[in-house]
Design a protein around this ligand. Structure first.
Ligand code: SAM
Length: 300
């Protein structure tokens, strides 16, 4: 299935593209956001990252007629190092459209779906060694239940962990789904949805890499450069929201007289997250949980 780009016009509008600026798309995917950025650039340049080889191949084809781009097969958490290798120290905007693309979910062999009996994989980067299977079969009771509870909000994380340990080794996705069916037999939604989300976050260390990118972004952005981030679940959204909040105010002890008040690093542009329009929600069910938040680097 073709990947339908989420919040396309809204996010590119908020990126506030200068035709000669330098931009980063940290999540190239099918290349939908990147293509619109490239259409708006004249002398500027786009650096687009993806950790998935298939996405790199597919988007490279889509964008083959644009010359002012560099496609980088790497995790966006390596942003500073990868840009430095190419002599880039500052950029005018960074866009992230987190999560997975439709073609990753649709490729059964990658193990992201609980609807098919397939490999317990879930790696976005197939060069990585850690898989869902290794986590399920080797992590301790505490580690596993923490993953399910913290990353999946799974109420029955202990019961599911106990069953996993009893039934080791797990070999396919349905070995895990059967356990979730048994424990979560009363649940209205799919019994394994939360556990699969949690595992995917753990396999790809998704929250940590987001934090790493955010930390580096402050040093990379030019004044008035923007961070435009689309998230798909509350854990990611919370990280982005708090990062913006923490870096858009400065705590000064009450009784200290200040002559020149220092400026915080960021200004929040979207006080409330931007959500997909009714029309987008009708046309693309994947946009249902999307939230867009934008912040701008202050001039000091
Ligand atoms: C939702 S898709 C992006 C879709 C894209 N914006 C479009 O319009 O087609 C997310 C993509 O980001 C990639 N990705 C997710 N986390 C990443 C990370 N930490 N580093 C690099 N790529 C990542 C995934 O492999 C996937 O291809």
């Amino acid at each position: 299935m073709k990947h339908e780009t989420v919040l396309l016009n809204e996010s590119i509008e908020y990126l506030n593209i200068k035709p000669n600026g330098i931009y980063v798309d940290g999540t190239l995917g099918g290349g939908g956001h990147s293509e619109l950025i490239l259409k708006k650039l004249e002398q500027g340049h786009l650096f687009a990252f993806d950790q998935d080889e298939y996405a790199i191949k597919k988007a490279s084809k889509r964008l083959e007629n644009y010359s002012n781009k560099t496609i980088i097969h790497s995790n966006f958490s390596n942003i500073k190092e990868e840009l430095l290798k190419r002599n880039i120290k500052k950029v005018d905007g960074i866009l992230l459209d987190l999560g997975m693309s439709s073609f990753q979910i649709d490729d059964e062999s990658r193990g992201f779906t609980y609807l098919k009996d397939t490999n317990l994989d879930m790696r976005m980067n197939s060069n990585q060694t850690l898989t869902a299977k290794e986590i399920l079969n080797t992590y301790s009771k505490e580690e596993l239940s923490t993953i399910f509870f913290k990353y999946g909000d799974e109420e029955n994380s202990f019961k599911i962990t106990n069953e996993i340990i009893k039934n080791r080794p797990l070999n396919t996705t349905f070995d895990l789904v059967n356990i979730c069916d048994k424990v979560n037999y009363k649940r209205k939604g799919h019994s394994a949805k939360k556990v699969f989300q949690a595992l995917r976050i753990a396999v790809n260390d998704e929250l940590k890499v987001l934090e790493l990118l955010l930390e580096q972004s402050l040093g990379l952005l030019n004044p008035e450069g923007r961070l435009v981030i689309i998230t798909f679940h509350s854990l990611e959204d919370r990280i982005v929201k708090h990062f913006y909040k923490d870096n858009s105010s400065i705590d000064i002890p009450k009784n200290i007289p200040i002559i020149n008040l220092p400026k915080p690093a960021l200004k929040i542009i979207t006080r409330k997250p931007i959500l997909p329009s009714k029309e987008e929600l009708e046309n693309n069910s994947r946009s249902k949980s999307a939230k867009l938040r934008v912040a701008q680097k202050n001039r000091v």
